[in-house]
Design a protein around this ligand. Structure first.
Ligand SMILES: Nc1ncnc2c1ncn2[C@@H]1O[C@H](COP(=O)(O)OP(=O)(O)O)[C@@H](O)[C@H]1O
Ligand SMILES: [Mg+2]
Length: 228
């Protein structure tokens, strides 16, 4: 894949604390997983890339602007049905009502939730809510899907289902940029790993290379400590 984002000297300083520190990065893999210890700045980096935070330094350079959607660890569900949750995002995009409903039903079917379309979203299980969030994102047909620890609150079966959906969204052509605490998941989903620590890029490598031959002692220590 061609380079889809070049990050130059990106920085975010909040109250004299440097959270993202001079990050320069070229992203060209289809599926990139950002790894790093707690507090490394993974969520902050993803939020900067999605435009939810403004950097205090540096820049994001998009060779071609990409349509984006983001999914979080805890899905934010509106107090209405699963179907209406998916329709909401489509309405904002300006689709006509019948087209909204058609696309929303199709997206729910793709995540295996067509039978729960009319259920109140907030009464669904955590795994089902995350699938609604994925349907809401997928319905928008984003060219880039950003996911911040999408399975961190889920049981193993729900996590595998979410992984299946992420693979399917990538299979439909979207770029994936995500974080996870689950190293097995990183191996299964990533083409490329970006390892960050204390707000800095420490290592960027193809997935097999990162896990088999991490170059830095920081990455070696991280892989030793984390339970796969
Ligand atoms: N709005 C904020 N103001 C000050 N510090 C913050 C803010 N958001 C995050 N941080 C701090 O920035 C660091 C990185 O946070 P985060 O991006 O959430 O890390 P990660 O996702 O890798 O665990 C942490 O030390 C966190 O406490
Ligand atoms: Mg985080």
């Amino acid at each position: 894949m061609n380079t889809w984002l070049t990050i130059e000297a990106l920085g975010l300083t909040e109250r004299a604390t440097c959270i993202i520190d001079d990050v320069s990065l070229q992203l060209d893999a289809q599926r990139t997983v950002v790894l790093g210890p707690n507090g490394a700045g993974k969520s902050t980096l993803l939020r900067l890339i999605h435009g939810l935070l403004h950097p205090t330094g540096g820049s994001l350079n998009w060779p071609q602007p990409l349509t984006q959607a983001m999914v979080f660890q805890r899905p934010v569900m509106l107090r209405t049905t699963a179907l209406a949750n998916v329709i909401y995002g489509l309405k904002l995009k300006g689709y006509a009502a019948t087209e909204c409903e058609r696309r929303a039903r199709q997206a729910l079917a793709r995540v295996g939730l067509e039978a729960l379309a009319k259920r109140p979203a907030r009464l669904l299980s955590g795994g089902e809510q995350q699938r609604v969030a994925l349907a809401r994102a997928w319905a928008l047909e984003p060219q880039l899907l950003i996911l911040d620890e999408p399975t961190a609150s889920l049981d193993p079966a729900s996590s595998r289902e979410v992984e299946r959906i992420i693979k399917a969204i990538a299979g439909a052509g979207a770029r994936i940029l995500m974080t996870t605490h689950n190293l097995g998941q990183a191996r299964r989903l990533a083409d490329e790993i970006v390892f960050i620590d204390r707000g800095r890029i420490v290592e960027q490598a193809p997935v097999a290379e990162f896990f088999n031959k991490p170059r830095t002692s920081a990455a070696q220590d991280f892989l030793k400590e984390e339970i796969p």
